[in-house]
Every structure is written in structure tokens, then in C-alpha cells.
Design a protein around this ligand. Sequence first.
Ligand code: FES
Length: 238
Amino acid sequence: MTIDNSASAPILLSLSTRPEPYSPHVRERLELDAKQIISRYPHPRSALLPLLHLVQAEEGYITGTGIDFCADHLNLTGAEVTAVATFYSMYRRTPTGDYHVGVCTNTLCAVLGGDAIYEALQRHLEVGHGETTPDGTITLEHIECNAACDYAPVMMVNWEFFDNQTPESAVAIADALRAGHQVRPTRGAPLCTFRETARILAGFPDERPGALEGSPGAPTLAGLEIAAAQEDSAGGPR
Ligand code: FES
């Protein structure tokens, strides 16, 4: 087993070679989608983030071909698109499995078990940070705070939350995903694939059952309730 924590990513723009363009069929389909996305914004360049999700949905990561497509349609340079695509970690620079498993190893999650969860998954899946299992199902990454610290330690699969995890529960989720079982997050709709998720993030309808439902849980509301109780006891406004 080789565990590589260097997270090396290929250089996206090679100035000596041009990326292969999409096939005419794919380009025609993507152009219809891109037109729809761009029409939502007053300036075409404002559509860059959803357009990057669109090309990520096509290939599972941001390729030179996707960068050229975005640049062509938004009147930007390849360098400008690359600068944005490499700034945000939700845009991946290497091929991604059907399920992107991100373990929060930021401080709070780490001390509550995030580091142990990440290490257990590394050992169990035999992949390192940013690597994908040979069957193409899971790409593992350690990720930064997901603003779900009240449910620490947190793991995300295709950006859906799995709260209060343990090494054992995380490994069980990974096994279920690799076995092709339907897996539900702690909150939110049933999981879809990484590429399907990217298309939703590009702004296309999320038609999964329960996708638009949900409300904050007790841990999230706890601070609000304490603040309200203190205001009550001080005779202040609620
Ligand atoms: S530290 Fe893990 S979600 Fe905030």
C-alpha cells in the first residue's frame, strides 16, 4: 500500500499543448446548458463558478478542456479560469470516484475523532489524500471545516453530511458505497454520484426526494436557545 499525502495535482495548463476539445456532440449539449446558466447573470463572467461545476459534471474533475470551454463562453482567458478553479477546493484537479468522501480534520473535528476516522479510512481503503480506490467508487480527502462543528466529527460524501461519525461507522459507510447500496446521509437527500452532484451545483434542479426539506437540529439551535433564555432572564427583547 502506498499512502501519498503530498496531494500533488497535475498542472492544468500546459502552454506547449492545447487540450483536446469536447466532441461535437458533447460540446453541443454543454453549450445548451451553458447558455441556460449564463442567462441567469447580468454579466457572463459571473457564471464562472456554476460553469466550472458543469464541466466538472462532465468529466468528474476540471480538465484543460473544461477550462477552455469556460473561457470561450465567458470571454475570459484560460489563466483567469484556472486561477479560480485552483482557488476553490470543491473543484477537483484529478479524476474523482463516484463518491467523494471528505473527512473534516479541522481542529474541532480532529480532536473529537476526525483524525482517527481519516486514518481508519486510509488504512481500510488503501488510498491516500486525493486518491481513488481502484474500483473507481471512492475518492478520499481530508477537508477543512464544513460549518457543521455542532455535529463533530463530520464526514461528507458528495457534500452531504454524515454527522457524529466514528472510525467504525465511517468504514461501514465506505463499504456500503463500494457494495452499491443506497446510502442516506444523516441529513439531506439520498446520495447521488459525484458527477450528478456537480450538475446540481451548476444550478440544475435537485430532484432527489426530500432534497428541499430539512430544518436545523437541536445542536444547531442550542446556542440560540441559551441566548434567548439569557435575554428572558435579563428582561431584554427576544
Ligand atoms: S471543525 Fe469539522 S465541521 Fe467544523
